[in-house]
Design a binder for this molecule. Structure first.
Ligand code: HEC
Ligand code: HEC
Ligand code: HEC
Ligand code: HEC
Ligand code: HEC
Ligand code: HEC
Length: 462
């Protein structure tokens, strides 16, 4: 035993020594220096006379680095990518050219890996670009870089990246939650996707998998949704953006762009229109909001949305507990809102819902949100393959009222059910009906049953 330990200790010491030597060797043959010399030559060309040329060429070479507070990241990419912040380097070659379109994401604050991936600390090109066996996040191919925007801009639309909105929408409506957990919500037949974007899956893998899960993961229980290429691309963007989240207060404080579109969405969600009109269209419980941003400063409005009571003691306006960006988005919407907006919002609300309709609507939303659609189909049509289950498919839910009472269906949803096997000697069917009792409240389950009942089709009678 003791001998084994000694041998182990010796082996480890040897390993440490080798590692130190390798690091020393790398530092003494820095592959970044030639790039800096070339860059200085480029800069020197622009100088008017020999003296200033010589001065530029004499600039000492040095590693440039950006430390990203709170993110445990140090990016040295600008050691070679030297012209990113210099617009005169627009037409410069190779790694020296100017980076257009960065806007507020300045390299000195954001670095590069946050959007591109790669290995920030490395100063050798191959290592830095992450094309080495041990590095899990190599540079994203150019086509997918914009997926990273969603790592910080998690809500609302990201300007110029419609793929993220589309991907999120598909995720919510196609029933992915039925088999996958995302931030704690969803089933567990497939892997948890909360960290999918920090994972080792390459964009190409993800996209191929969405087009045909079985071709990539043979025998996968994930159905083929027959997505188009654009849809597969959109979902891939969304997956790449999922990195569980905390980008550090430094970045997350403003992580949401307070766009008027997002503000409009909030205005609809929070039903502000039940008390307010815009240019005479809407209700009159509170003041008309047309031009309200001209009557009050942004700070005043922000304060008012945080706590209406403080601004107007005894106010009947509810406190909404909106985060700072949501309040900014609402104010941005109010700055441009017109009576036409109010008309559209009222029209899309339609007539007031009866309690029965409201329960069915709630059930419909739960059905989508908790991913029942992923196995039973968005139209409840069933048909997802389930080898060796009786019928070989997940059943349609369009006829459950023929076979069960509502109480029985509520029981199935609550407790779940394993399909009987066609061939008892074969392997268990990959899909089963999960138990939802720890996920959904009784009220949610009742609403879903109401929704199912509203969809029941009569059997053909002959
Ligand atoms: C040792 C120098 C060096 C370092 C360090 C370096 N790069 Fe590069 N990079 C280059 C060169 C050279 C090219 C140009 C390659 C070409 O044009 O063929 C390049 C090209 C790129 C490209 C264009 C796409 C591509 O693959 O050709 C991106 C994106 C990029 N680098 C990002 C980064 C990021 C992010 C980092 C930091 C993690 C980084 N680079 C660190 C030298 C470097
Ligand atoms: C806010 C996100 C963001 C940050 C931060 C960022 N980039 Fe980019 N970068 C992009 C996007 C988006 C593109 C365009 C990709 C495309 O669609 O072709 C791009 C393009 C590039 C290209 C050209 C790619 C090619 O294939 O020709 C290089 C090189 C590059 N970036 C290097 C860097 C370096 C070096 C840094 C750090 C100083 C950096 N980027 C920081 C988002 C970013
Ligand atoms: C690391 C987090 C992070 C990433 C990644 C990121 N952003 Fe941002 N973005 C921010 C922050 C923080 C702000 C607010 C900057 C400020 O106001 O100082 C911002 C602001 C913006 C704005 C508002 C610009 C303005 O002038 O007000 C737009 C548009 C935007 N980002 C788009 C993008 C796009 C497109 C991408 C991907 C190419 C992206 N962002 C990637 C954090 C991020
Ligand atoms: C009927 C259950 C089911 C549904 C519905 C489903 N998946 Fe899957 N998914 C799986 C299973 C099982 C796997 C693991 C086997 C595989 O790789 O295909 C998987 C794998 C994945 C993976 C790869 C994870 C990894 O890194 O290994 C992603 C990404 C994914 N699913 C996304 C989705 C999205 C997005 C949707 C909705 C459009 C969806 N899934 C719907 C069952 C499902
Ligand atoms: C239950 C009714 C009610 C709802 C719902 C409501 N408000 Fe109000 N709001 C009021 C009343 C009443 C006032 C007038 C001042 C007071 O008593 O607080 C007011 C005042 C305001 C003001 C200040 C207007 C001014 O000219 O002084 C703004 C801005 C505002 N509300 C925005 C909103 C937004 C945005 C929403 C939705 C997120 C909303 N309100 C939802 C009742 C409501
Ligand atoms: C992972 C796939 C999967 C998910 C997600 C799923 N189910 Fe099922 N469900 C099944 C399978 C498989 C059966 C068939 C079980 C059997 O053969 O007894 C089934 C059966 C049912 C039945 C009985 C149908 C019948 O004719 O026997 C109902 C009702 C039902 N599911 C409702 C739901 C609801 C509501 C949800 C969402 C809260 C949901 N299911 C989510 C796979 C799933």
């Amino acid at each position: 035993m003791e001998r084994k330990l000694q041998q182990l200790f010796f082996a480890l010491s040897l390993l440490a020594l080798v590692l130190i030597l390798v690091a020393e060797w790398q530092a003494s043959t820095p592959s970044w220096k030639p790039y800096q010399r070339k860059f200085l030559q480029l800069e020197a060309q622009e100088e008017p006379n020999a003296v200033s040329k010589a001065a530029v060429l004499a600039t000492p070479l040095a590693i440039n680095q950006v430390v990203l507070p709170g993110l445990q990241r140090v990016d040295r990419c600008t050691t070679c990518h030297l012209g990113v912040e210099d617009p005169t380097m627009k037409n410069a070659p190779g790694p020296f050219h100017y980076h257009a379109g960065l806007g507020p994401h300045v390299p000195s604050k954001f670095g590069c890996t946050i959007c591109h991936g790669g290995q920030g600390l490395a100063t050798d090109m191959k290592d830095a670009h992450g094309n080495v066996a041990f590095w899990q996040t190599p540079l994203l191919p150019a086509d997918y870089v914009r997926a990273s925007c969603g790592r910080c801009h998690k809500e609302g639309d990201v300007p110029g990246v419609p793929e993220l909105t589309e991907g999120r929408h598909l995720f919510e409506t196609e029933g992915c939650h039925g088999c996958h957990k995302l931030n704690g919500v969803g089933g567990s037949i497939g892997p948890d996707l909360t960290e999918e974007g920090a994972n080792h899956r390459s964009p190409e893998w993800l996209e191929r998998h969405f087009l045909a899960p079985n071709a990539v993961s043979p025998g996968s229980a994930m159905p083929n949704f027959h997505f188009t290429r654009e849809q597969a691309r959109a979902l891939t963007y969304y997956m790449l953006s999922l990195t569980s989240g905390d980008m550090g207060s430094y970045y997350s404080s403003e992580r949401l762009i307070p766009s008027p579109e997002y503000g409009r969405q909030l205005f609809v969600e929070k039903d502000c229109i039940v008390c307010h009109a815009i240019g005479g269209v809407g209700a009159k419980v509170g003041p008309d909001l047309l031009g309200v941003t001209k009557r009050h400063s942004d700070e005043w409005l922000d304060e008012q949305l945080v706590n209406p009571e403080l601004v107007y003691p005894g106010s009947s306006m509810p406190k909404y507990d909106l985060e700072s960006n949501a309040r900014k988005a609402l104010v941005a919407f109010l700055a441009s809102a017109t009576p036409k907006d109010a008309q559209d919002i009222l029209a899309s609300k339609g007539h007031a819902l009866t309690p029965e309709d409201a329960a069915i609507e709630a059930g419909k939303q739960d059905f989508a949100r908790f991913g029942c659609a992923g196995c039973h189909g968005t139209e409840l049509q069933g048909g997802v393959a389930n080898p060796n289950a009786q019928g070989e498919q997940v059943p349609s839910l369009l006829h459950v009222s023929d076979d069960y009472t509502k109480e029985e269906v509520i029981g199935i949803i609550r407790d779940g059910r394993v399909s009987p096997m066609d061939n008892p000697k074969g392997s268990a069917p990959p899909l089963y009906m999960p138990s939802w009792k720890n996920v959904l409240s009784n009220e949610d389950i009742n609403h879903i049953a109401d929704f199912l009942w509203s969809k029941q089709q009569k059997k053909e009678s002959w």
